[in-house]
Unconditional design. Structure first.
Length: 178
């Protein structure tokens, strides 16, 4: 038979084992879960911003960034930016293009103070018309020099690079004089 001493040691070992297992169980319940995160190699995205920002272009941003973060990275909005249709709180996605439109109102120029005469305006003055840049302004002056004075604003449609949309956009700001 088993001696009392051996029975007592066996009982202590069994009791200690039960206490140890109970302690492990309690510790597991109180411990925070172990979470193993695999680093996403694609945690960066590339997005483009264009329009009325200080420095338009393609930017590398973090996943989860918002349009306002991209605007800030691009140097902020220009004074003539129209953000009424832009959701600055929306999250960016890889390959997205954000366009910040400009206000339609003309800036302070000879055009703002009255109608610009297409027959007398210099190329520099013509660039102040909406939709007319340096290349189109030079084309207007060259056409005028080659074909004589304009007889109507609609005659701009004969100038290379000028569309109906451009003519309609500048019509409220242009006139033709003698």
């Amino acid at each position: 038979m088993i001696s009392r001493w051996a029975a007592w040691i066996a009982g202590v070992v069994i009791a200690a084992t039960l206490v140890f297992l109970f302690a492990i169980e309690i510790d597991q319940r109180n411990a925070p879960p172990i979470v193993i995160e695999v680093a996403d190699r694609n945690d960066r995205i590339e997005v483009e911003i264009a329009g009325a920002v200080a420095d338009p272009g393609v930017y590398r941003r973090s996943r989860g960034d918002r349009v306002i973060d991209l605007i800030d990275a691009a140097g902020g909005l220009l004074p003539e930016a129209d953000t009424s249709a832009l959701n600055q709180a929306s999250r960016l996605s890889d390959g997205q293009r954000v366009f910040v439109p400009m206000l339609v109102a003309p800036s302070a120029s000879p055009v703002a103070s009255g109608l610009l005469d297409l027959n007398r305006a210099t190329a520099e003055e013509l660039t102040e018309l909406p939709g007319i840049g340096a290349v189109r302004a030079e084309a207007i002056v060259a056409f005028r020099n080659q074909h004589g004075p304009f007889t109507s604003v609609d005659e701009l449609l004969h100038v290379d690079g000028i569309s109906t949309t451009v003519v309609e956009g500048l019509r409220p700001f242009a006139t033709v004089g003698p």
